[in-house]
Design a protein around this ligand. Sequence first.
Ligand code: ADP
Ligand code: MG
Ligand code: MG
Length: 919
Amino acid sequence: MPKLLSKAPAKKAASKSSSAKAIKRVFFFGNGKAEGMASAPTEKDRKLILGGKGAGLADMTSAGLPVPPGFTISVPCCEEYYRDGRKISDAVKKEVIENLAKVEKAMGKKLGDPNDPLLVSVRSGAARSMPGMMETILNLGLNDKSVEGLAARTGNPRFAYDAYRRFIQMYSTTAMGLSKEPMEHLLSGIKNKLGVKTDPEIPADSLKELCQQFKKFYSENMKGQEFPQNPLDQLWGAIGAVFGSWEADKAVTYRRVEKISDLTGTGVNVQTMVFGNKGDNSGTGVCFTRDPNSGANEFYGDYLINAQGEDVVAGIRTPLKLATLNDKMPKVYKQLMAVRKQLETHYKDMQDLEFTVEEEKLYMLQCRSGKRSPVAIFKIAVDLVKEKLLTKEQAIDRINPEDIERLFYPQLDAKTAAGATKLATGINAVPGAACGKVAFTAATAEAEAAKGEKVILVRKETSPEDVGGMHAAQGILTVTGGKTSHAAVVARGWGKCCIVGCEALDIASDNLSFKVGDKVVKAGDSITLDGNTGDVYVGSLPLKAPEQPEAFYTLMKWCDELRTLKVRTNADTPYDAVNAVKMGAEGIGLCRTEHMFFDTEERRLAIQEMIVAESVEKRKEALAKLLPFQRQDFVGIFKAMDGKPVTIRLIDPPLHEFTPKDDAGFQKLSQITGLSIEHIKHRCEQLHESNPMLGHRGCRLCITYPEILDMQVTAIIEGAIEVAKAGGKVFPEIMIPLTIDRKELEIQVIQTKALADKLIKAAGSKVKYMVGTMIEIPRAALLADKIAEVAEFFSFGTNDLTQMTLGLSRDDAGRFLPVYVASEKDGGKGIFKADPFQSLDQEGVGMLVKMGIQKGRSTRPGLKVGICGEHGGESASVKFCHAAGMNYVSCSPYRVPIARLAAAQAAIADKAAAKAKKK
Ligand code: ADP
Ligand code: MG
Ligand code: MG
């Protein structure tokens, strides 16, 4: 393969571009050479100037592949076009004319020549591919005269008139915006009259007649204007149409949905036409160098004989499998195989190719990196390493966090969805899909699930009491809330499909049905959620269960070899812990003990009894009931983690979260405590706090109720001793939450250590443990040096730290944060780059984190530092944690692979930066 990038002329190009006059707007490709290669030496640069399609055409031309000659009007000209009020500037026109002359010379033909016309296609192409979003016009240069010339020259009038009718059709709809249907109608009218089914069966005469009908339609709808006969007029019209398509609704929407905001416009490619519609030794096709669904190293594609342009994609005729081309035109097939190899070697990636065969001669019309399924992403990346086209580092760098996410969610395929009845659309909080019977309360969800039913929990919103039902459900649908609501955060942790903010749902007050418009869905009726789109469907649609491909595990192993940051998980149950280890977790970074209190009614009652207790003695009695439960839970978790560190956080939420909420609850509690219902209600009211997030919670609870700390530490240490005695390995790290002060922490550290040491000694055990704290309040970060004197480790609780640093409540910020995050283009204010509850606010909160680490290590060198909370599983935040010098991140089990990937990418970037520095 010839070298694509000539280095020498770069200097010349640089000096040229420094003088404003010499801006080059149009770039020629043909005769084995492409302009713009030298001035834009990297593929990325080239795409920015030439657009993706233009860059691909230039690359293929330079590589000596058979590309019909043409030229590319650069992307910046599109900006110019809009700036000038949708006008093609004289500068562009001048360069187009010059380059057209080059093409004419290369082809030995003239545009619109009545005897032997040069025909061109006019094609769009932005820096990133937006398939089918912008316009293409083929066969430009034909008019009433040149079509005759073409017919005579080729001896094929059918072909000539087919080309002309296509051109009139495309020009009218694309450049002039006339509607498509009437012309399609005329076409099928002719086919009906002739009694034929497919386009190739229409004879020349009828096509000629069709051209007349099309032109008549054109002038009728263009206020009497005739269809343009001057090829240059056609060219300016087509170029304007391609620029104009950049701002067409569907293109604008596509960019919004795909979050493409960094592109400024499209290039325009004007290229000599080659013809796949010249007969049975011609054709057109699209192919992928590897299977885009499985990733298998197999040539994959479709083609049509005697067809042009989009016929293959448009599904007018059923295309043939690429492999059969080998039988029909073996020479062409062999050549195509060679192109496949050459382009993969050059781009080091799977390519999506478009080609046309004109009378057994192959032409390449497009190449781009091919879109592929999540499974194929991993398979291809790993295979390319095995084939020595990529290094492990390059393969890892190509993977996005979303690629991993998508591997894990059951999916609803688009075809199934298209045929189903959509009920409503909410916010797509957690991707994947789920179907099941509607349950309106957590309790019914649990009960139905216990019977083996699949359920979808539908709630106005969810709260911690619903966790059991949420866990039992296949998917969660809420009427209110945003992507950081309770439902979304909890469901995300489990990788469970979740749609929130589905405001069209009207849940009946009896909690037995909901309405959307005039449709009623009752408890027990089936619905399906598509968490990718936020759509809710009637009935139970078939889902595709994901299976992680071998290549995923291989790639993850490479990540582990390269990263230095450890990855732990947030897990509250042995089940979660086992799951997380399978996902590659190297420890638990956050085990929330209070979730254990909700688990069964027995436990709930015990904690409630503790809360309403009148005296220390009574409180201790109630706590004694909880002790065995907690101990057993810890035993289970320690066993599951098999010697990996387990960070256990002592009780964190305010007590009122545990109190009974209804009469039945009050009654039950009254029965077991012997206290009057009035008394219990009063006690519960007493616990009410006007701002519980800033109230009596976290380690403040154990300052006033030290017996809670005693019970929890006892459960942890006794659990550890039990596992150790049975020959297991254990390493508990006891974590005190919400610290704001050194002395506050010291009191609890002393209490914890005294008790733990006593228990260990009494048991004759050698269990080792650590006591540390969470840094989640700005004061703790500011005073981290003092706090580190008494804390053996830090874990940054960035959920609370974000709330408190920004002074924003995570639960309420949904009302305005979207406006802060959305860019001005999308109707927002663009104040934040990202939702600070999803991606760590590196500028503000990050400053506290960095300061906390540095101060902490100033008094305790080697202080172990981690992060727990949503950010620990978000790619950019993980990279920040790596750079800040943390020892580990901790995240939900399903995000562990994402964190492993991000940690590896951060380490790779480090290495590359160090290498660059050396040079
Ligand atoms: P898209 O961006 O939608 O893929 P293209 O610009 O690639 O649009 O054009 C669509 C199709 O039109 C191509 O796949 C090819 O089949 C046909 N086409 C475009 N230019 C030419 C050409 N110069 N000669 C023959 N066919 C062409
Ligand atoms: Mg197109
Ligand atoms: Mg294309």
